[in-house]
Design a protein around this ligand. Structure first.
Ligand SMILES: [Zn+2]
Length: 141
């Protein structure tokens, strides 16, 4: 197993830091965020150390994300939430603080005051096609 001794999430996996674990398998653990945005705010992480999503193999990503549906349902059931935001901050520019892949599951109710500013924009003519082509080329390797 790949671990990092300086990584707080690897230390949780190793039992060296306490955590309120709600799910534990050979490949993943989920535990309550110690700085929750709401009761039941949970982090789902791989037990192996991957700094970002881009560092994961497709198989490792599947082993991790396969737990999202049941975990989302359980969190809603346990907390009475009527919605859940699933967030994955990938890279410091995206707000990732702990460099060990993690999905946030944040229970939501109407009027809870949480929210995200999207600052949505529109593409100028031709720009969407250009960006699409660049992403397709990158996927093709
Ligand atoms: Zn780690």
């Amino acid at each position: 197993m790949s671990t990092s001794t300086s990584c707080p999430f690897c230390r949780i996996v190793a039992g060296q830091l306490p955590a309120a674990v709600v799910l534990s398998t050979d490949h993943v653990i989920a535990f309550l965020d110690i700085s929750p945005l709401a009761d039941g705010h949970t982090l789902l992480i791989p037990t192996d150390h991957y700094p970002t999503l881009s560092d994961m193999t497709p198989e490792a990503a599947c082993r991790l994300t396969q737990h999202l549906p049941a975990l989302t349902s359980a969190i809603m059931s346990a907390t009475g939430a009527v919605g859940v935001n699933v967030l994955q901050n990938n890279g410091a520019a995206a707000g990732q603080i702990v460099e060990h892949v993690h999905f946030h599951l944040i229970p939501r109710v109407e009027g809870d005051g949480l929210g995200f500013r999207w600052n949505a924009k529109t593409y100028p003519t031709g720009r969407a096609e250009s960006v699409r082509n660049d992403i397709q080329a990158a996927l093709a390797g």
